[in-house]
Design a protein. Structure first.
Length: 513
């Protein structure tokens, strides 16, 4: 009877241990099915998930990170290898609306933009850990999606800005969030976990801007899961975006000067473009240009100094509107502010920075990655010399907040191995814009130099993110996913010059309105 009692007690103990194991959280990573809040067009389908991964994969007791995932279904799922979109920023949140109550997939025109790809294969969008659509979210300030939020943000002074960041960073410490685990390599491992939990053998990667660095890191760390890659606006790990901005800005303006001088119409309509750019920037430095911007939250007065006026012209180039820059410069010299006002409104609605006194950057993931992987590697003495000798082309570099933010943010420095070029022998299409000053075409050439199966195509007249600006670029992207051969003949032209004639017609139409 005593032996039997021991066996019963042991059985009960084993049963309790089994129940305890069952009640414990399931192992990581895992994929949980979610209810979709998105509204697909008639005839389209979507599946929604949460990817749950470890904050620190080396720690068995790690906290969880939860990432939103949306799978836009193919019309006819012929191909088993979906396209995974990797967003830019760092900190972009394609699965979170920028306007309260909006559908982010509709805002981003995702259904239309992926329609050709989705004839054969699914498109998957995954949130970046630490950005909108993830938990934890590292953002330090409420989104700019309502009138009170915008007004509150615009009222922040420089001392308050520092206090917000200090409190935010201290809060992460209290919550035991390890910012060292919010890096490009950990984001790359999130993609590998997504592929594993979805039970996929191979996937295609599509990255824009910072998303290209994210994709390159997946190629480095997990090449076996990748079938083909499209990189648009390339930011390779061996490039430091803060190091030589004045030189990059000078380069795109000198390209514009040369192209305008070579075009008879542009040359006649905009004589002395070089002197005109210099004149309006110097004048704005002396006496800021006063405008009233018609924004979603009402009319807002703004004063554009030289740096902010330069930022507006660079925004025009970024949007693929380089041909309009000479017209805007010439018009402003005559006192006509309409073109500059139009693009200032567009820039403020998209990115902010014109009305906010200090152009704050409260995106915690942005600060974490940029301080860890970019600012820590800057030769600050060389950067200072470039700004001092850059003249008007150095004005925007002086707006950078990383020199002030990074000492407050306190993140570890990325090891030098992460800044080595990626050399994976995977079929890769690289797309660059000739007027992209954020990720210039030279960066694409540098990345392609180390990728033995790569093709680099430069769209001469376009800016940042050419697949959304040029129908030929979108076609190359879509066809490459179907047949990823970097040696195939291009089906369309990428070398069209800026359309100065079209720009002149648009200005004439504006005058007649």
């Amino acid at each position: 009877m005593i032996a039997s009692g021991h066996r019963i007690a042991l059985a009960c103990l084993l049963l309790l241990l089994g129940i305890g194991s069952a009640l414990a959280a399931p192992p990581l990573p895992r994929l949980e099915r979610d209810r979709c809040v998105f509204r697909p067009p008639r005839g389209d389908k979507i599946e929604c998930y949460t990817l749950v991964v470890a904050e620190n994969r080396a720690n068995p007791k790690s906290a969880e990170v939860r990432l939103k995932v949306a799978r836009l279904k193919a019309k006819r799922p012929i191909a088993a290898d979906p396209v995974i979109y990797l967003a830019g920023g760092p900190g972009d949140a394609p699965l979170v609306a920028s306007t309260t109550g909006a559908d982010p997939l509709a805002e981003g025109d995702w259904w239309n933009d992926t329609s050709v790809i989705r004839k054969r294969r699914d498109v998957i969008i995954v949130s970046q850990r630490g950005a909108g659509g993830s938990s934890p979210n590292l953002d330090c300030f409420e989104p700019r999606t309502s009138e009170p939020a915008r007004a509150k943000r615009r009222a922040v002074t420089e001392p308050q800005e520092r206090e917000i960041l200090l409190r935010c960073r201290a809060d992460f410490d209290r919550r035991r969030i390890d910012l060292a685990m919010f890096s490009t390599p950990t984001l790359a491992d999130d993609v590998a976990d997504l592929v594993a939990t979805m039970q996929l053998k191979h996937v295609n990667l599509y990255g824009i801007s910072y998303g290209t660095r994210w994709a390159l890191e997946v190629m480095r760390r997990h090449p076996s899961i990748v079938r083909a890659v499209v990189l648009d606006g390339i930011y390779p790990p061996q490039i430091n975006g803060e190091q030589n901005e004045p030189e990059i800005v000078r380069g795109v303006f000198e390209q514009l000067y040369a192209e305008c001088a070579a075009d008879k119409l542009c040359r006649e309509r905009n004589p002395d473009l070089v002197g005109g750019v210099r004149a309006i920037l110097n004048e704005a430095e002396r006496t800021p240009l006063e405008l009233t911007l018609a924004l979603e939250d009402g009319p807002q007065p703004v004063k554009l100094d030289g740096a902010k006026l330069l930022l507006v012209m660079l925004h025009m180039m970024r949007q693929g509107e380089a041909a309009l820059v000479p017209e805007a410069v010439t018009a402003l010299r005559r006192g006509d502010k309409r073109l500059i006002r139009q693009f200032a409104e567009d820039l403020e609605e998209d990115d902010g920075g014109l009305l906010e006194t200090n152009a704050q950057q409260f995106g915690g993931l942005f600060n974490t990655i940029e301080c860890r992987e970019t600012w820590a590697g800057v030769d600050q003495a060389a950067r200072d010399r470039a700004i001092q000798t850059g003249g008007i082309y150095s004005l925007t570099a002086q707006l950078s907040k990383l020199p002030a933010f990074c000492p407050v943010w306190r993140v570890p420095v990325a090891p030098a191995t992460e800044r080595q070029p990626v050399t994976a022998a995977l079929p890769t299409l690289l797309l660059s814009g000739g007027y992209d000053w954020l990720t210039p075409a030279t960066w694409g050439r540098e990345a392609a130099r180390h990728l033995p199966e790569a093709r680099h195509v430069i769209f001469r007249a376009q800016g940042h993110g050419v697949s959304s600006q040029d129908s030929c670029a979108a076609r190359l992207r879509d066809e490459f996913f179907d047949a990823p051969d970097p040696r195939w003949p291009l089906p369309c032209r990428a070398d069209a010059p800026p359309d100065f004639a079209g720009a002149a017609e648009r200005v004439k139409a504006m005058k007649n309105e």
